[in-house]
Design a protein around this ligand. Structure first.
Ligand code: DGJ
Length: 689
């Protein structure tokens, strides 16, 4: 039950989520102090938590347990809010003004004791979940000089005293995203960040801090640079603060202006890391995704098959094969426009290449639709090749700085979407592209990080880091509103820009360019720490894999990709007839079970050399198992399933089991001999006759 209670005598707020409580209070100086975040307590119980633990330890250690740790006074930890007024005074001094509660949204308003700065702390309970969304708004209430903003985090999250905290997060790089790391929380300040203008391949903006089965986790809804600092003081206090932007940026808040940070969502759960992931999945499904109830189609994507060599003939041929296999959405990737015949030219010139598509895009689109598939197209709106008409016409449209080299990456520069004229140009061609063709789906790519992120004519140049992202959001939001049937895939050279901000306006994500099925198992597992399978686009591609040279049987490749939103990305024109027949069969099996994968609840499985994943939806259970290698002498352990009804019977059609046996002992999967063995099992709960 989502509820906010205010105890006026105690100046204490209690937020009650589905199963947890969160409390804060004002101290005698109006400073908002953190009180509690954990299993449900009553208002009377949190009121009894009066004395901050630290003040008993030492009064000279200073304030640390502030809801949004500001700079100034006796505060010495990494600040969440850092401001500087025009006379050089830094710091913020809290003065409580009032608060409002509206449908689970608590907004507590403060002002500075001297300067014209208002700060509002926002808390919103995600109905039916234990997730609390927090963000902060600032307002310049004066008429004179601007205020300099040095750091404006969305929230600080404080954890109770526990020993042995661990932190779980992901690291990575291009084609190696979402590698899970679990380490003890070190003393001091640990910074997780992206300075790249995207949420990044290198770190994803979420973390789980846990001790035993208790987990405190946070995820940022922001798709640009970000920073989360995990603070662990010498006397044992643990907290994390996070928000948009990276160190060294500063912004000007002008008189009358309001500043809003993105949401930094927090979740407490008491049943282990995997269960915390499931709670995040439910939150993403119920509160983040735009079309959570839809079932995602099976995509065919042409990238690995034709790369930049697309033309109407090879795309039609691929489409015919894709349709025969049962694909439902055909996406033509890079190379269809301007002089884009390789990665060094044409980006930015969004007119169809008529020598490759003599009649424009419509003949291909019509053919794809005739074959019964939807049509999707690759775009990379934020980028330009120096060798393009667009760049020759508008060299000032890219991010740049006077007297600095314009650094290219993948032969491209980043358009400055903070400029409204550039953002409007992008919206216009995208709107026309979608409006004038029957385009059902866009794959929105973004292949490089920001550099020389300047705008010589811009009034407040560091705003570029924020306004670029906001304008990307605004364009996508507008396209979706004007073309309600349009669906969008988030892509940034694979998983370089996946976060709650992007997922709020896209339907699925391309999580890595690495399509090697073996490596994909770990990438998918890391992704699943927080994001649900129904957003996880996963293709079956050719063997040997173009990235690793590894040869993997078709069934294994399918069974790995079936753990998310299945797609095909191989060159179907080269597949043998037996591969095509097997693929058709596996794809049709996926269609039988995908509602369970995409809408069910996910559990991770492990039994000796076998790992896998299980999904449960109502009376249906889908199990995908993978055994990459066999080691003689190591027994195959029974695979124990999770979250079944011990009193029920479960049938795969060919075998029947007691729920209790599957839970407590497990079953022996009939995996083929040899390496890269895999299986998909579909159990249904049956009523004993
Ligand atoms: C990077 C993407 O991740 C790939 O799937 C593909 O779309 C290429 N860009 C195209 O340039």
């Amino acid at each position: 039950m989502a509820e906010v209670i205010f105890d006026a005598d105690e100046r204490l707020w209690l937020l009650t989520t589905a199963t947890t409580s969160y409390a804060l209070r004002l101290d005698d100086s109006d400073v908002p102090k953190h009180v509690y975040w954990g299993p449900a307590l009553t208002i009377g119980q949190v009121a009894s938590i009066k004395v901050p633990v630290l003040s008993k330890i030492s009064s000279v250690d200073g304030i640390t347990d502030e809801e949004l740790l500001v700079e100034g006074g006796s505060r010495f930890d990494a600040p969440s809010l850092q401001v500087k007024f025009s006379d050089g005074t830094r710091a913020f001094e809290w003065k409580y003004v009032d608060h409002t509660v509206d449908d689970g949204h608590l907004a507590i308003r403060f002002t500075d004791r001297h300067y014209p700065l208002e700060v509002v702390l926002h808390y919103r309970i995600g109905a039916g979940t234990d997730v609390i969304e927090r963000w902060t708004t600032l307002r310049h209430t004066g008429a004179d000089d601007p205020i300099t903003l040095l750091r404006t985090d969305s929230a600080s999250w404080f954890l109770p005293y526990r020993s042995g905290y661990q932190v779980t997060h992901t690291i990575g790089g291009w084609a190696s995203e979402f590698r899970t790391q679990e380490t003890p929380v070190p003393y001091g300040e640990t910074v997780f960040t992206s300075r790249r203008g995207t949420s990044s391949h290198q770190a994803n903006p979420f973390l789980f801090v846990h001790a035993g089965d208790e987990v405190w986790s946070g995820a940022l809804a922001w798709s640009g640079s970000w920073r989360i600092t995990l603070r662990h003081t010498a006397n044992g206090q643990t907290s994390f603060t996070g928000g948009f932007g990276h160190e060294g940026l500063s912004w000007r808040l002008n008189p009358g202006e309001e500043w809003e940070t993105p949401v930094f969502a927090g979740l407490y759960s008491a049943d282990g890391l995997e269960a915390a992931s499931r709670r995040w999945h439910a939150y993403v499904r119920n509160h983040v995704l735009p079309h959570a109830d839809e079932t995602r189609p099976v995509v065919y994507n042409s990238w690995e098959a034709t790369e930049f060599d697309v033309n109407v003939t090879n795309q039609k041929n691929l489409a015919a094969r894709a349709a025969e296999l049962g694909c439902e959405l055909f996406v033509m990737d890079d190379g269809w426009f301007g002089g884009r015949t390789h990665d060094a030219a044409g980006l930015g010139d969004w007119t169809v290449n008529l020598s490759r598509f003599p009649g424009g895009l419509n003949p291909l689109i019509a053919e794809v639709h005739r074959l019964g598939m939807r049509f999707g197209l690759w775009v990379e709106p934020e980028m330009v090749n120096p060798d393009s008409e667009l760049y020759r016409r508008h060299p000032d449209w890219v991010m740049h700085m006077p007297n600095r080299t314009r650094t290219t990456m993948r032969n491209q520069l980043v358009l400055n979407f903070a400029r409204t004229d550039v953002a409007e140009w992008a919206h216009k061609w995208l709107d026309q592209l979608v409006g004038q063709h029957e385009i059902d789906f866009l794959k929105w790519d973004m292949n490089r990080s920001f550099s020389e992120a300047g705008w010589p004519a811009g009034a407040d140049q560091d705003r570029l880091w924020l306004d670029h992202v906001r304008h990307v959001y605004a364009i996508i939001d507008r396209l979706r509103a004007d073309h309600p049937g349009l669906r969008i895939e988030a892509c940034s050279g694979g998983g370089g820009r996946i976060d709650l901000g992007m997922l709020a306006r896209t339907d699925q994500a391309w999580i890595s360019d690495n399509t090697d099925a073996l490596q994909r198992i770990d990438i998918q597992r890391g992704y699943s720490l927080i994001y649900p399978a129904r957003t996880m686009s996963a293709w079956v591609t050719d063997s040997p894999n173009p990235f690793t040279g590894r040869a993997v049987p078709l069934a294994f490749r399918f069974h790995v990709a079936m753990a998310g939103v299945l797609g095909i990305g191989g060159n179907l024109l080269n597949w043998s007839s037996s591969d095509l027949a097997e693929a058709r069969e596996l794809l049709s099996q996926y269609k039988e079970i995908r509602h369970v994968v995409q809408h069910g609840v996910q559990y991770q499985l492990s039994a000796g050399p076998v790992t896998g994943v299980q999904y449960v939806l109502g009376k249906e259970v889908v199990v995908l198992l993978w055994r990459p290698t066999v080691n003689f002498g190591l027994p195959q352990l029974p695979v124990r399933l999770k979250a079944l009804d011990p009193a029920a019977r479960y049938s795969t059609g060919s075998a029947e089991y007691d729920g209790a046996v599957l839970l407590h002992h497990g079953f022996e999967p009939a995996l083929p001999a040899g390496d890269y063995a895999s299986a998909m099992l579909h159990f249904t709960e049956v009523t004993p006759s």
